[in-house]
Design a protein around this ligand. Structure first.
Ligand SMILES: [Zn+2]
Length: 454
């Protein structure tokens, strides 16, 4: 049996030579079958060629390649092939799936067709990103996800950052022993008098617990559910607390890791909120020396309390800090990017169809103030150019405020331009692959093979 992708863009088909294997459907043409790239054939494909299905990656450095449109995997493969990071090609958060009108199954299927097209057999990961509840986890497991990022943010008590001692004390005593699988006094004994390695004193314990204990219990419950579904099969598990109001201190990180350990939740990755500003689509904002000191402390904890990877969310375009991350985390890093491949798609439009891009830019201006609501960004509408000349359009992709406006308005852009966007990108596949390759090269090259390092 021989599988081959033929044609291009929307007209692309899977050609199977010989007898049509079970599960596929298509049109017979001579001694071949031409099969549409739909969900039924994608399911059969993953059974027939297991390397087209995502698999758990475990430890070892990796890059998350979120793909809002489902067209970016070939470009991602081109870059990942040359570097030393495993690729997570099927990655999207539930929130983004809703905004893009994609299902968990679409995310998995699009990645599978992409790796088949590129004949990429080295294996790739998947990430049901920022999942918050069991129903979402189940939908993602049905679709074939083998990696999950649990987001307990709704159970983080941000107020504990500033609560006074009496309130903290009351919060601590009110933790339910059944959920905690311990009493508050047990925690005191464990972390204040017991563990020699504990960096916590009474106040940091109470503050860390006030902020994170309910979140950790939620994570434990979600993790148990996944374990129940996977049985003895492996899966990747990440826990993210990157969307809290304040940075995660190393002491808080240590507490989270210790509590996950106590609950026997084994994680492959953890995403603290690091100090400084991680904004969508732009470089790191903050002092590099302070970041390095803080990051080094987190990296030490991830090594000693796991090991597990430090996951860098909103990780695209943070070129200033990649060398620092590489230096301290070594192999234990996951760089997560979500919207940057969407921006690269728009770059191709700016290069090839100025009139279309102007419409997109106009809509970005129109929707920026509304669509930015759920994002942590500082771009300003009045700095997004109103009517730049054609030859200035590609340079807008180096412009802070414009990048953010284009980045966060993707839901509105898809609502208005969906068919045109897809038609355009199908017609310019090579361009899209090429800009993605260039862009991801810049993200992967700072994380070279770790020969001779710890
Ligand atoms: Zn995140």
């Amino acid at each position: 049996m021989e599988f081959e992708m033929v044609g291009s863009g929307r007209g692309r088909r899977l050609r199977i030579r010989g007898e049509l294997p079970r599960g596929f459907h298509g049109e017979q043409q001579g001694d071949c079958w031409l099969c549409p790239l739909d969900a039924i054939n994608a399911t059969a494909l993953r059974r027939e060629l297991p390397w087209t299905a995502p698999r758990p990656l475990g430890l070892g450095k990796s890059i998350g390649c979120g793909d809002r449109l489902g067209l970016a995997t070939p470009g991602h493969v081109r870059a990942v092939r040359k570097g030393d990071m495993a690729g997570v090609f099927a990655q999207q958060s539930i929130r983004e799936m809703e905004r893009c009108s994609r299902s968990a199954q679409d995310v998995i299927d699009d990645a599978a067709w992409g790796v088949l097209l590129m004949d990429y057999r080295e294996g790739y990961g998947s990430d049901a990103d920022h999942v918050k509840q069991i129903a979402d986890i189940d939908a993602c497991i049905e679709a074939g996800f083998t990696g999950f990022t649990l987001d307990p943010n709704e159970h983080v008590d941000n107020a504990a950052q500033d609560d006074d001692a009496t309130v903290l004390q009351a919060k601590f005593e009110s933790l339910a022993p059944d959920d905690l699988e311990a009493t508050p006094d047990d925690l005191r004994r464990l972390y204040l008098a017991g563990a020699a390695a504990s960096p916590l004193d009474e106040e940091t314990l109470l503050r860390a617990s006030g902020k994170y204990s309910r979140a950790i219990i939620h994570v434990k419950n979600l993790a148990r559910h996944i374990e129940g579904r996977f049985g003895s099969d492996p899966f990747d598990l990440e826990v993210s607390v990157d969307e809290t109001d304040t940075p995660t201190s190393p002491a808080e990180h240590w507490f989270i890791a210790a509590e996950l350990q106590r609950h026997s939740v084994r994680v492959d990755g953890l995403a603290p909120r690091f100090i400084g500003d991680f904004e969508k689509g732009v470089d790191y904002i903050g002092d590099l020396q302070r970041f390095e000191d803080d990051f080094a402390a987190h990296a030490r904890i991830a090594r000693e309390m796991g090991p597990y990877k430090l996951s860098i969310h909103t990780g695209s375009d943070k070129f200033r800090i990649y060398p620092i991350i590489h230096r301290h985390a070594g192999e234990l890093v996951h760089l997560k990017t979500a919207g940057t491949s969407w921006l690269e798609a728009l770059r191709v439009i700016a290069m090839r169809d100025a009139a279309f891009f102007r419409e997109i830019l106009a809509l970005a201006r129109e929707r920026f103030e509304t669509d930015r609501a759920t994002y942590h960004i500082s771009g300003r509408l009045e700095r997004v150019p109103v009517d730049p000349p054609d030859d200035a359009l590609p340079a807008l992709f180096e412009h802070f405020d414009t990048r953010q406006a284009l980045h966060v308005t993707f839901g509105s852009q898809l609502d208005r331009f969906r068919d045109r966007l897809y038609a355009f990108l199908h017609a310019h596949e090579d361009d899209y692959q090429a800009v993605l390759e260039t862009h991801f090269d810049r993200h992967i090259a700072p994380f070279p093979c770790a020969t001779g390092r710890d």
